[in-house]
Design a protein around this ligand. Structure first.
Ligand SMILES: [Zn+2]
Ligand SMILES: [Zn+2]
Length: 127
């Protein structure tokens, strides 16, 4: 009998695709709408990383909006003045918009990590 990495007495069910260690049915989770298989160890590690970066992403989004709002209000005057810095102005704002968009996408993706199902419960449902 191949034992579980967490419990010596439990029987191996599947290997975690992330850490490649062997686990029993109680140490496995199905995450997200696609029900990706992951072990509880990897899950708590990823959740910790997500919690840390969520704060940073909110700050980036908020900071981006604060920088962008007044500049965009000046944009029509600035662009019509024929100033040679117009291209630079455009690129600068584009970078900020992209930063905001990327961070929003990431935050939405993080939400799918809250959808979890115990692998053992899914097994029982099948039986
Ligand atoms: Zn794992
Ligand atoms: Zn186990």
């Amino acid at each position: 009998m191949k034992p579980c990495f967490n419990h010596e007495t439990s029987e191996y069910e599947k290997t975690c695709p992330l850490c490649s260690k062997d686990y029993c049915e109680y140490c496995l989770l199905l995450v997200g709408r696609r029900q990706t298989l992951i072990c509880t160890n990897c899950y708590s590690y990823i959740i910790r990383k997500i919690k840390n970066s969520t704060k940073r992403r909110y700050i980036l989004i908020l900071g981006g909006i604060i920088i962008l709002a007044p500049t965009l209000m000046q944009a029509p005057d600035f662009l019509s003045s024929g100033n040679s810095d117009a291209a630079l102005f455009f690129i600068f704002n584009l970078v900020i918009i992209l930063t905001i968009a990327l961070n929003i996408v990431r935050l939405v993706q993080y939400r799918s990590w809250n959808i979890i199902e115990k692998y053992s419960r899914t097994l029982k449902g099948l039986k």
